[in-house]
Ligand binder design. Structure first.
Ligand SMILES: Cc1cc2nc3c(=O)[nH]c(=O)nc-3n(C[C@H](O)[C@H](O)[C@H](O)COP(=O)(O)O)c2cc1C
Length: 297
């Protein structure tokens, strides 16, 4: 019965296509919209048999195109196999295809002329910064500007810790303790000394019935990326660093983390060295091809 519905709807689409161009396009669009709705219902778990076979077909096409099927595709295939086994009279008659994005209309967005988009697209990490740093009041303004980060239910699950001066040696000691490194008297771990100012990012999720922990970590990571962009735009150099020792006990203890919290690494901050500035004005680092980051279902 479900499959018959599918066949009829498909035929209707075909017939109207032969009448005239305009009606054909409208009918085609309507069919696409219907297919999209059905698929959305299917993925939400409430669907009739026609929707299942439609989505299953699409899932098979996608699997054919991919070397490794995604877990969701696998789940769809499994559910399709179960459906097929219990209703052998049904055969798939609709063959939806993945169409991919449509780039035929030109964009009105200019990432060179727009200062914000330009800053976004030219941002670089500066691995070796000069000693001058923003003061704490500057940092407060930077934090003010990034506190717009997308945050489900405004839980504010992130904070930064300022690490300057001797606190950097305390961080070095904690990293050594975590790694089991014992140094000679007077020797020190120089890694945290690569900048005069470090900001540690703490992701601090809270219990919430609508916002799972992973979403809150995403917000904290977003704050980290915005921090890099804001500092870049304000003229400062920064590099985000972490490592395998980041969430070890001695390092967590130093940052006073509670059990649910995660240390997301440190931002090494300072002035952009003059030689870097020179290089940045002339060097071209091509951006990765954006097509690889965009697709349709
Ligand atoms: C969470 C996170 C941790 C990182 N940790 C390190 C690190 O420990 N060492 C490192 O060399 N780069 C690390 N990176 C990468 C650099 O910050 C930087 O993004 C990379 O060198 C590429 O340079 P770019 O930002 O100019 O593209 C990390 C990036 C992120 C997002």
């Amino acid at each position: 019965m479900g499959e018959l519905m599918g066949s009829r709807k498909k035929d209707k689409c075909k017939k109207s296509k032969h009448k005239d161009r305009k009606r054909s396009k409208d009918a085609g669009d309507a069919c696409e919209v219907t297919k999209g709705r059905v698929r959305a219902h299917f993925l939400d778990g409430n669907t009739g048999p026609w929707a299942k076979s439609l989505a299953a077909q699409e899932s098979q096409n996608i699997q054919g195109a991919r070397a490794e099927p995604s877990p969701r595709d696998r789940a769809e295939t499994n559910s399709t196999e179960a459906t097929a086994a219990s209703a052998t009279d049904r055969t798939a008659t609709v063959t939806p295809t993945r169409r991919g994005p449509d780039y035929s209309a030109p964009s009105s967005i200019d990432i060179v002329a727009d200062p914000v988009l330009h800053a976004l697209s030219t941002r670089r990490s500066i691995s070796k910064v000069d000693p001058e740093t923003p003061n704490d009041s500057d940092l407060l303004e930077i934090i003010r500007s990034i506190s717009s980060v997308a945050d489900h239910k405004s839980l504010h699950p992130w904070r930064f810790l300022i690490i300057r001066g001797n606190d950097r040696n305390r961080l070095g000691d904690a990293l050594d303790e975590a790694a089991g490194v014992v140094r000679k008297p007077g020797e020190t771990n120089t890694k945290p000394l690569r900048a005069e100012l470090l900001l540690a990012l703490v992701s601090s999720p809270v219990e919430h019935d609508k916002v799972p922990e992973w979403e809150q970590h995403v917000t904290a990571a977003g704050a980290g990326h915005l921090l890099e962009l804001a500092l870049w735009q304000a003229g400062w150099g920064v590099m985000w660093r972490s490592g395998t020792l980041t969430n070890t006990e001695p390092v967590r203890r130093l940052h006073r983390l509670t059990d649910h919290e995660l240390l997301m690494g440190w931002f090494y901050i300072g002035a952009v060295p003059e030689r870097y500035r020179q290089r940045l004005t002339t060097s071209t680092r091509p951006l990765p091809k954006p097509e690889q980051f965009l697709d349709t279902l």
